[in-house]
Write a protein that binds this ligand. Sequence first.
Ligand SMILES: [Zn+2]
Length: 337
Amino acid sequence: MILSSGEWKYLWKLKVPPKIRVFLWSAIHNSLPSLDNLMKRGILNEALCPNCHTANETLMHLLFYCPHVEPIWFGSALGLDPRQLGVVNFVEWWRYINNFAKQIHLCFMVEQCAIICWHVWKARNEKYYEHADISPHQVLTRISLMIKEYSPPTAKDLLVPPPKPRAPDKPQQSSWPRPPQDFIKINVDAAYVPDSGSAALAMIARNSNGQICFGNSWLCVALSPLMAEALAMLRAIKSAINRGLHAVIFESDNQALISYIQQHEKLLPWEVKPVIMNIRQACSCHPDFLFNYVPREENRVADWVAKSSLKGKCPWYWAHRPPNLLSFLLLVDSMNN
Ligand SMILES: [Zn+2]
């Protein structure tokens, strides 16, 4: 079976017209009549893409890689450049989008991707079989109309609660709240591999408009996940001080770290003691450095950067030119306020 039964079940429940679900089924089975598939079946002698003449028209080419569809993906609400994802077949792409959407609790993204694929395919067929020349702008208009009708992302979609139940005393909000004016908010996170002790640390500073002020990620070795998180926090504090910032909210999804920083009477675990002492010392003359514990949903940008950096999948220049998925997360965060 190409997809697991759970993955099929999810596909058949998507909020899209039934014809799109059938289209996805065919795309996943690579049974759509792309020129490449027709050539493989002996129906055509060649399969060169009639739009760009640079490659055979496989399903992946016509949906994602042909320069003619680039403005459609980039111009859509998702602002994606699918070529950046580097996937080789539709199943791989489908899984990637599904996993990413689940990871960030934004399932409407899957529906929007399905709708875009179907309209790209439809416009391609109209061009071949009816000689209609549909511009990317027309395709985008059709896409946005269908999204409005079937799968509009609402504020509710953007605030889907995380799968794990939370303790009743924890805050229920799951969007990233912007800092008050005159404050900078720095989200920090770390991803850790217990076997090797290697860790990727990330921090991202944003202003009250949700814009990136600065950000960084780096690799290091730590003795525990807590130590990795503490090192990320220390680096964030030093960056803020070096930049002459006075009013900063530091956020982490590690509750223990925040309580060790705030509660001076707490006994510190030995491996983080020097780092926490360093943090307290650095903050001693900065009364407007505030520390917040936040659930992971509110910290998802830092979480994504740390995890992707650990896997070597996040470019080092991300703060200046955020990759697609990061731009998308930033956009979602800025929409939430
Ligand atoms: Zn092409």
